[in-house]
Design a protein around this ligand. Structure first.
Ligand SMILES: Cc1ncc(COP(=O)(O)OP(=O)(O)O)c(N)n1
Ligand SMILES: Cc1ncsc1CCOP(=O)(O)O
Ligand SMILES: [Mg+2]
Length: 215
């Protein structure tokens, strides 16, 4: 399976201008899913009402481009907003509770840091994907773990369950993770902060997915 782009929103966004930017960005190339991840500067969550307003605004844009919309952290709000699923970390709602809230059809992904054990547990519980990271330095999130590409290769040799790589991923360092076996690359700053704009970033990631797959 060719690696695909998993887009994460900027931690804060302007709902006047961001919808148009998102529409153009998703139109620029293949994006598997979008995660709505709103955080205060200190990484604490923002108010529920703001999350729901953002989800309501972004959902039709994501679906216009056949992109699944996942909500970060909150399966309860994901249910209310009617999005396609949730991403939960080790300090968020436990997987079993998230699945009970959202049902079997929802997409539920789990943060596994650099841990084979956490990934095996999440897979056995029924997660739809596991996420490893951070792979590279990032200013988007204070990450206490450092994952290595060998973890992706091990996962590919171990199971069919998809794995997502995250953390400081750019078009420059992405090929290493693609070659190692990442099914998805989760990217925030590498797209929204790309020097030539977010649309060009989506094009550049998709070009490298094809070229790396053929190499
Ligand atoms: C795809 C993906 N992987 C990991 C994370 C990090 O989740 P978490 O550890 O819960 O940290 P916060 O994102 O909540 O700060 C993620 N959001 N998405
Ligand atoms: C949410 C998260 N979890 C581990 S690193 C990270 C930040 C991803 O953002 P960026 O792609 O800008 O490093
Ligand atoms: Mg979280």
């Amino acid at each position: 399976m060719q690696c695909r782009l998993y887009l994460i929103t900027p931690p804060s966004l302007d709902l006047d201008s961001f919808p148009d930017l998102l529409d153009k960005t998703l139109a620029a190339g293949d994006v598997a899913c979008l995660q709505l991840r709103l955080k205060q500067a200190d990484e604490t969550p923002v108010a529920d009402a703001l999350i729901l307003q953002a989800a309501e605004t972004l959902l039709p844009i994501a679906h216009k481009h056949d992109v699944s919309l996942l909500l970060n952290d909150r399966p309860d709000l994901a249910l209310t907003a009617g999005v396609d699923g949730v991403h939960i970390g080790q300090d968020d709602t436990p997987y079993a509770e998230a699945r009970q809230i959202l049902g079997q059809d929802a997409i539920i992904g789990v943060t596994c840091h650099d841990s084979r054990h956490l990934a095996m547990v999440a897979g056995e519980e029924g997660a739809d994907y596991v996420a490893f990271g951070a792979f590279f330095p990032t200013s988007t999130k204070t990450s206490s773990t450092q994952a290595t590409p060998e973890l992706l290769t091990w996962w590919q040799e171990t199971t069919e369950l998809p794995c997502v790589a995250i953390g400081g991923i750019t078009t420059e360092n992405a090929p290493t993770l693609v070659k190692a076996g990442a099914d998805f690359l989760a990217v925030s700053g590498g797209v929204w902060g790309y020097a030539h704009g977010a649309e060009e970033a989506v094009r550049a990631f998709n070009t490298l997915f094809v070229s790396t797959d053929e190499s």
